[in-house]
Design a protein around this ligand. Structure first.
Ligand code: ADP
Ligand code: MG
Length: 463
């Protein structure tokens, strides 16, 4: 490209687009991925962009190119395509070839010499959450194995299994256990060096090293640690260059007898887009999974959490939460936090009603698809009445009582409001529903057989 053609480029367009991208993707993504892109020129409706590495090109192509093109077309309708090339001449470190033309301001700011000599002086290891300790981890059937394995790694002076691979669904405690290992090692042997970081950060650091042409110190940093923990390894699936680097780091550490701990949302064999060599390496140590929580474990977590918050939470409310929010401990904690914060703010007791009220949005999202119709049907079957009697005007006790039970269950097992429930029962008033709920509560207290009926129905509907 000649200087003449280049001068024709309107950098104002690119500046405006970058401003937009920064808003849309946030500062850190912008700094890592967009800022280093250099506008090379526009030719025949094609915008030519350049980035310093292949890896960056692939990343920008998959994550940002469509958006850049769309923004560009809206700035300048003559633009039809964009191309992104790798240009070694697009330096992110001071280089003699730094262009002196007016577009120089477009180039990424070269690192200061000081930065260049200590390029990885930034904190490699993520900061640790003080709450994520072994002592604060509630152990139950679903996680006892992972817990024991993590504990062993943290307490052993010698590497027992390498790597320890923890996997499980979102919010089941993987990150918690990894922090706990870190805390414990720090406590027992402060001289051991530990790096804990997300796979995402690993990738960013690696890309940064490539960009600064400083992969040597990148490698050295990692290869000098005693314990390397990488969280959410699934993130590097499909990112070939990062995977390759990770693989080498991994091998180097294992060969030197250093401990590696990894986590992912799937087992090594179920991780997609992971090379076979790496996969087999990942499964070569101990693979421990965190199973979905059980009701008992959730209740235990709520107990522990409520204790630490120093707020009185009625057992009924804890049971209610443990029933309703079954999939994710983080959300379960979030719900409890919300209740406690509210109780403290308004100086009131936590009750089942306030819980239902305050958590409506959350509960709705977690509602199993238990419909009121299903409740009515089951209750009608159980008491051998017709389904239509759930909404009929008949007041005879043989139908009125089951109807009240169904209303009560609708209130307990769904997050529908009283008026909504009333409507589903033949357009009854919400006060009727309220009365039904009270009545059933009362009967449960006074009549053992009736209480067992309700209990049984509840269990049937919950499964
Ligand atoms: P993951 O990394 O598996 O997505 P986290 O470790 O971030 O999950 O856990 C989510 C939240 O749930 C954290 O606040 C964590 O402390 C809490 N948590 C998960 N499992 C337990 C447990 N068994 N005992 C206590 N807290 C837990
Ligand atoms: Mg996590």
């Amino acid at each position: 490209m000649t200087r003449g053609e280049y001068a024709a480029v309107d950098h104002g367009e690119w500046d405006r687009i970058k401003t937009r991208l920064k808003k849309e993707f946030g500062d850190s993504a912008f700094k890592s991925w967009v800022k280093p892109i250099v506008l090379d020129g526009i030719k025949n409706g094609e915008v030519e962009l350049a980035v310093p590495t292949r890896f960056m090109r692939d990343w920008v192509v998959t994550h940002y190119a469509d958006r850049i093109r769309a923004l560009w077309t809206s700035e300048n309708p003559s633009v039809k395509r964009i191309s992104i090339k790798v240009a070694m001449g697009v330096p992110s470190s001071p280089a003699p070839s730094l262009p002196t033309r007016s577009s120089a301001a477009q180039l990424p700011t070269p690192p200061t010499p000081q930065r260049a000599t200590i390029p990885f002086g930034f904190e490699l290891s993520a900061s640790l959450d003080p709450r994520y300790t072994f002592a604060n981890f509630v152990v139950g059937k679903p996680n006892e194995f992972a817990y024991a394995a993590a504990k062993r790694v943290a307490e052993a002076d010698e590497v027992s299994f390498n790597p320890l691979f923890l996997y499980g669904g979102v919010g089941l405690g993987k990150t918690h256990l990894m922090h706990a290992i870190h805390w414990e090692i720090r406590r027992r042997s402060p001289q051991r060096s530990v790096i804990y970081m997300s796979a995402e950060k690993f990738m960013y650091s690696f890309v940064r090293a490539l960009r600064n042409q400083d992969t040597v110190s990148f490698k050295e940093q990692f290869r000098a640690v005693d314990v390397l923990m990488i969280d959410d390894v699934q993130f590097i699936a499909g990112k070939d260059a990062t995977q390759e680097e990770f693989f080498h780091t991994f091998n180097a550490l294992v060969d030197q007898g250093r401990q590696i701990v990894l986590s992912a949302d799937k087992s090594p064999s179920n991780l997609e887009e992971i090379g076979d060599r790496l996969r087999s390496r990942l499964s070569s140590g101990l693979v421990a999974d965190l199973h979905p929580t059980t009701f008992e474990l959730r209740l235990g977590i709520l107990d522990a959490k409520a204790d630490s918050l120093g707020t009185e939470v009625p057992t009924k409310v804890k049971e209610f939460l443990a029933h309703k929010i079954a999939s994710n401990v983080r959300e379960l904690e979030g719900a409890l936090n919300r209740l406690c914060a509210h109780a403290q703010l308004v100086g009131s007791q936590i009750t089942l009603e306030t819980a239902q009220d305050l958590l409506q949005d959350l509960l709705r999202a977690h509602d199993r698809k238990l419909t009121m119709e299903e409740i009515q049907r089951r209750v009608a079957e159980h008491f051998k009445i017709r389904l239509s009697d759930m909404s009929s005007a008949r007041r005879a006790r043989v139908v009125a009582r089951p109807r009240q039970v169904a209303m009560y269950l609708a209130k307990q097992l769904t997050s529908r409001s009283l008026p909504e429930i009333g409507r589903a029962f033949g357009g009854r008033d919400h006060t009727t529903v309220m009365h039904a709920v009270r009545k059933v509560d009362e009967l449960c207290r006074d009549d053992q057989a009736f209480a067992e009926d309700v209990e049984l129905l509840t269990r049937m509907l919950e499964n």
